[in-house]
Ligand binder design. Structure first.
Ligand code: UDP
Length: 315
């Protein structure tokens, strides 16, 4: 296949580039580099099957030649990023998805949308199944991401129904691993960097909020299987092993052998407004139709992530 990956220089996009190349496909990575980084794909320079195009996908996308699959992964993706970049976040979820779908339609390519557990908002159903419609505050600070992704799902289904585009939607739950940005503000890079510097870990609130963390390699496997499947409706991909943020902080301190203390802070900005209280994917559907489930234990994945961050963290 000849595959276009938008957001190809980002955390997930770059891992997808690696995976598709390893399977013998040709990859065109497209990224405007506002949160993506060429460091994530520099190891692919010189690979004849890999091409990089710097482009903002909210504008018309031109790709020469055939394209068999379009994977739309471009978007700011951490709460800090989308608080700082609210308009680009809305634009890439709305206009960018429209352009990427238009390209898929023109090239008769299969289209896969990177959606998110954020479509469930602060969930009232737990764990979250794909048939749950969500509890999103449209005008809150996270609304720019959540509503853009909800629109992206809606337009994807519309292109499927009205233009017959062959589409897939993956709802991605918290994912971590090498190539996350140290400064992206998410809990994994924050805690790992703080622990490696022996700085206090910043637990927001009382640490009772929960998340379920999936190692990036597991996620990529799920996405690869979904693309090759026949499932048009959304599929959750994530790791159902749920823990509180306080437990997670203790785990990071233990694995890094850090002298850090754990502190509880109430950020004064909008960082924790509408912060979902709990989150855990129900992955019965992925198990059933993709024969997929995560393989990496948190300790294993976190160790690889710590190894990635250690040389990049200055004390
Ligand atoms: N969090 C925290 N300390 C940090 C960063 C995040 O306690 O330094 C909390 C945050 O409030 C949320 C959880 O960790 O409850 C996961 O946050 P993250 O930004 O990683 O992603 P989210 O799942 O909210 O999109």
């Amino acid at each position: 296949m000849r595959v276009l990956i938008t957001g190809g220089a980002g955390f997930l996009g770059s891992h997808l580039c690696d995976r598709f190349l390893a399977e013998g496909h040709t990859v065109i990575a497209m990224d405007n580099l506002i949160t993506g980084n060429t460091a994530n794909i520099e190891h692919l320079a010189g690979n004849d099957n890999f091409h990089f195009i710097k482009h903002d996908v909210t504008n018309y996308i031109y790709v020469e030649g055939s394209v068999d699959a379009v994977l739309h992964f471009a978007s700011p993706a951490s709460p800090i990023d989308y608080l700082e970049l609210p308009i680009p976040t809305l634009k890439v979820g709305a206009l960018g998805t429209h352009k990427a779908l238009g390209l898929a339609k023109a090239k008769k390519a299969r289209f896969l949308l990177a959606s998110t557990s954020e479509v469930y908002g602060d969930p009232l159903i737990h764990p979250q199944t794909e048939d749950y419609w969500g509890n999103v505050n449209p005008i809150g600070p996270r609304g720019v991401y959540d509503e853009a992704k909800r629109f992206a799902e809606a337009i994807t289904m519309a292109y499927h129904r009205y233009h017959d585009v062959d589409t897939r939607i993956v709802r991605i739950f918290n994912t971590y691993g090498p190539r996350m940005r140290l400064e992206d503000g998410r809990v994994v890079p924050n805690f790992v960097a703080q622990a490696l510097r022996d700085d206090p870990l910043t637990v927001y609130g009382d640490g009772s909020r929960t998340r379920s963390f999936c190692f990036v390699q597991d996620l990529v496997e799920g996405i690869y299987r979904l693309l090759l499947s026949n499932e048009v409706e959304p599929v959750n991909i994530g790791n159902p092993s749920e823990m509180s943020i306080l437990e997670f902080a203790k785990k990071v301190v233990a694995l890094t052998g850090s002298a850090s203390e754990i502190t509880f802070i109430e950020p004064t900005d909008m960082r924790i407004q509408d912060d979902p209280k709990v989150r855990q994917p129900d992955i019965s559907k992925a198990r059933r139709i993709l024969n997929w489930e995560p393989k990496f234990l948190l300790d294993e994945g976190l160790q690889k992530t710590i190894d990635f961050f250690r040389p990049r963290v200055s004390s």
